[in-house]
Design a protein around this ligand. Structure first.
Ligand code: N01
Length: 539
């Protein structure tokens, strides 16, 4: 039996999918359904329950801004929201807008194909259900496909292993265990101090040393909460105007405009304040290598001052890329945890991991016996969540093949040959270089307006022009080279963390504000760069 035809199918019930459902169903009056693999809302936060999981964006800016009522109603408790608090927030939003009735949980999409004669997307789930819809909207996030390196012998390991991005919901008790953790990215840096506080021993396997600045998390005072609520209009305005979508502005001064003493004082003050603002202290930190090296040296010195063991301090401060060329972590006691006697650091750049043995991890320097291994090894970022949906477009062409040499899209929103499919925060959009809710709201609103336009104008089909895709690819590439981002050889922005993945800089680095302007211009010029086919053209 043919499934009933919906207006829109949305894949994923995180920040993107929930807002998209609200926009299409409640504002446009369309029939829309969300298919979600997890048993609840939350997206990335539903899966990333690892110890210490907390957002690096400040809570009052890590939320939806579309509803004044919600901004006034919801109360964040700490400077950075912890995973359980974000889950409470997501459930609050879902309940407020009665979203769950149109979300099918425990429903993993395993394939989607474009049925050209019917002008529909047909979607299959793991449980064998079929769905059909006019528009397919992927809201699968950028960091939702766990990257478990294919280590030789993993299946022979007699202990337990877990990936931070697929953390057991019942939690993990490390008491009395010899734990090994592979990975020191934003996730690993958060989990290490928390695991160290419980485990009998913690062996950290570091491949690339990382910069980190202190988060300085704290409970929010009633005065700050009141200030935020009174000033939300201005805060949201700033988030929309800045490059990264944060609530603070990047300072409009060069590192070379100040004396050595003034620079040092500015860095010290910023270090004490904590958070991602550190990279915004001077406008050229992320664009000029010489300016960047001043910030990098400051952080490396702080690491050496904090870490007492000279060898650990050397390994942790021997960083091979410019500051913030990889996503800069912020931490709560990461370098301090390295001072604990039961925390050891293994350099797996000098002595790579050879295999996982039944007893633990073997590097070229020896074997480490472990009761548990934590993989904080990140994600098959940006393209991974989309490719695992097994999407085929016009003429049965697979997205996997179209993207074999790297993702190609127009504005990170649509792929040529995949009509009426929209990718929220897809590769080629600012997405991961932005405070995510800001990027998500902009994309969802663009897609909603575009669909409304199509319906009003009798447009049955939309996809980008080949030329627009080619031009956008050049722009994405150029924008990345205006920054220092491509200079980190092992960054996941480049796909370099997954062996065999094409090395292409995936997000648009021109800044959220500029991108928003480009999208507005595209819409104002009748969706320039898209091919819009009317109903009559199809009959
Ligand atoms: O992943 P990562 P993540 N052998 O890819 C190492 C967001 N996030 O989960 O750098 C040995 O950054 C790898 O080493 P290297 C944020 O955008 C947000 O930490 O490739 N090591 C690296 O050390 C972030 O950037 C928040 O040499 C291996 C680590 O594993 C993104 O998620 C919190 C290896 C992976 O680091 C991803 O962060 C957390 C191997 N074979 C994350 N393979 C908040 O805002 C990989 N590694 C809360």
């Amino acid at each position: 039996m043919n499934p009933p035809v919906l207006d829109a199918l949305i894949i994923g019930a995180g920040f993107s999918g929930m807002y998209q459902l609200h926009c299409l169903r409640d504002r446009q009056g369309l029939s829309a359904l969300v298919l979600e693999a997890g048993a609840g809302v939350g997206g990335t936060w539903y899966w990333n329950r690892y110890p210490g999981a907390r957002c690096d964006s400040e809570s009052h800016s890590y939320c939806y801004s579309f509803s004044q009522e919600m901004l006034q109603e919801w109360e964040w408790s700490e400077r950075y929201p912890e995973q359980p608090e974000i889950m409470r927030y997501m459930n609050y939003v879902a309940d407020k807008f009665d979203l769950k009735r149109d979300i099918r949980f425990n429903t993993r999409v395993i394939a989607a194909h474009w049925d050209a004669p019917a002008n529909l997307w047909r979607v299959e789930t793991e449980a064998g259900q079929s769905y059909a819809a006019r528009y397919l909207i992927t809201a699968v996030g950028c960091l939702s496909t766990a990257n478990v390196p294919k280590f030789l012998g993993l299946e022979s390991y007699e202990g337990r292993w877990v990936h931070t991005g697929e953390w057991p919901h019942e939690g993990v008790d490390f008491t009395g265990l010899r734990v090994g953790q592979i990975g020191t990215g934003s996730t690993g840096i958060q989990s290490i101090p928390v695991i160290a506080a419980q485990a009998a021993s913690l062996t950290v396997f570091q491949r690339t040393a990382n910069y980190s600045t202190p988060a300085r998390n704290h409970p929010l005072s009633p005065e700050f909460q009141a200030w935020v609520k009174a000033n939300y209009g201005e805060i949201v305005q700033t988030m929309r105007e800045t490059r990264n979508g944060h609530w603070f502005r990047i300072k409009d001064r060069s590192i070379f405009d100040v004396t050595d003493e003034e620079r040092e004082a500015a860095f010290e003050e910023s270090w004490e304040k904590g958070g991602l603002q550190f990279r915004s202290e001077f406008g050229d930190i992320t664009t000029n290598l010489e300016a960047n090296s001043k910030a990098a040296e400051f952080i490396k010195r702080k690491i050496r001052e904090t870490v007492k063991d000279p060898e650990k301090a050397r390994l942790l401060s021997d960083i091979d890329h410019p500051y913030a060329a990889k996503r800069p972590p912020i931490d709560t006691g990461y370098f301090e945890a390295m001072n604990l006697d039961h925390v050891s650091l293994v350099d797996v750049k000098a002595n790579p991991i050879v295999e996982i043995t039944p007893k633990g991890v073997r590097t070229t320097a020896g074997e480490y016996e472990l009761d548990m291994i934590v993989f904080a090894t990140g994600f098959d970022a940006m393209t991974g969540p989309l490719l695992r949906l097994n999407i085929t477009g016009r003429d049965g062409v697979a997205l996997r093949d179209v993207w074999a040499a790297g993702p190609r899209s127009y504005l990170g929103l649509q792929v040529e040959g995949f009509p009426n499919m929209f990718t929220i925060t897809g590769p080629g959009s600012p997405s991961v270089l932005t405070n995510m809710p800001v990027a998500i709201e902009q994309h969802v609103e663009f897609i909603t307006t575009l669909i409304a336009h199509m319906r009003a104008e009798g447009v049955a089909r939309i996809e980008p022009e080949a030329e627009a895709v080619a031009d956008w690819l050049v722009k994405v590439n150029e924008a990345s080279h205006e920054t220092l981002l491509p200079q980190a050889a092992s960054s996941w922005y480049l796909g370099a963390n997954v062996p065999g993945k094409p090395r292409v800089f995936m997000p648009y680095a021109g800044g959220m504000a500029k991108y928003r302007g480009i999208c507005e211009e595209v819409a104002a010029e009748g969706y320039k760069g898209f091919v819009l086919e009317r109903e009559t053209a199809l009959t």
